[in-house]
Design a protein around this ligand. Structure first.
Ligand SMILES: C[S@@+](CC[C@H](N)C(=O)[O-])C[C@H]1O[C@@H](n2cnc3c(N)ncnc32)[C@H](O)[C@@H]1O
Length: 195
């Protein structure tokens, strides 16, 4: 059963989950590159089940505490490994056998809601994490990126992602942008890339 209360979450998060739900199967290996408060990690843990593995990464201890609590309350902690650190270094967190084996890498960029807005994803570390993701995704794997543009650095991050996509032209069979129902210059955008 899906335990997420979507009425308290941005609609594009729901769209991302629906897309990922079509791709992720029990037993899959997946990565939440920005664990935050654990909504996405829990969703992924429910999808992969006890036979799969989720790696949840965040650079803030508070975020991982919040994620761990959410997973424990839902009885889904067993299939999740939490790593404190920079997602740019994700290849170092993983055993070598994860290369080309990961079904989905999920980014929900920006800052942790209700926390220090200074700790934020940046264009530089996100680009490094995207490069790493390319080495991890399996054929038919999915890269899901929710991009927030309403804060300082948000547009720079979006521009970096667009440039990265051009540089990696051919890495994906399909690329989709979803701008939500009422797009503005500062509203979030969801990018979904299929290997
Ligand atoms: C929008 S929140 C993620 C929301 C989360 N997915 C959820 O479901 O609650 C963004 C998170 O990215 C984390 N973050 C920022 N830069 C990071 C980095 N370089 N490596 C790992 N995590 C980072 C922040 O600490 C924050 O918790």
């Amino acid at each position: 059963m899906n335990t997420i209360e979507y009425n308290t979450m941005p609609r594009l998060t729901q769209v991302a989950h629906e897309q990922l739900a079509s791709a992720i199967l029990p037993g899959d290996y997946v990565i939440d590159a920005t664990a935050g408060n654990g909504h996405d990690t829990l969703f992924l843990a429910e999808r992969v089940g006890r036979t799969g593995v989720v790696l949840g990464i965040d650079r803030q201890p508070d975020a991982l505490r919040s994620t761990g609590k959410r997973l424990n309350e839902a009885g889904c902690a067993e299939q999740v490994r939490l790593a404190l650190g920079n997602h740019a270094d994700m290849l170092e967190f993983l055993p070598g056998n994860w290369r080309h084996r990961v079904k989905a890498v999920v980014f929900n960029l920006g800052y942790l809601p209700g926390s220090d807005k200074e700790v934020i994803t940046t264009a530089e570390s996100t680009r490094e994490a995207l490069d790493a993701s390319l080495q991890l995704l399996q054929p038919r794997g999915v890269l899901s990126i929710l991009v927030y543009r309403g804060h300082d650095g948000g547009h720079a991050e979006e521009e970096m992602i667009q440039a990265w996509l051009q540089q990696n032209d051919g890495a994906f069979s399909k690329v989709e942008w979803n701008d939500g129902d009422h797009p503005t210059n500062s509203s979030p955008r969801l990018l979904t890339c299929y290997r």
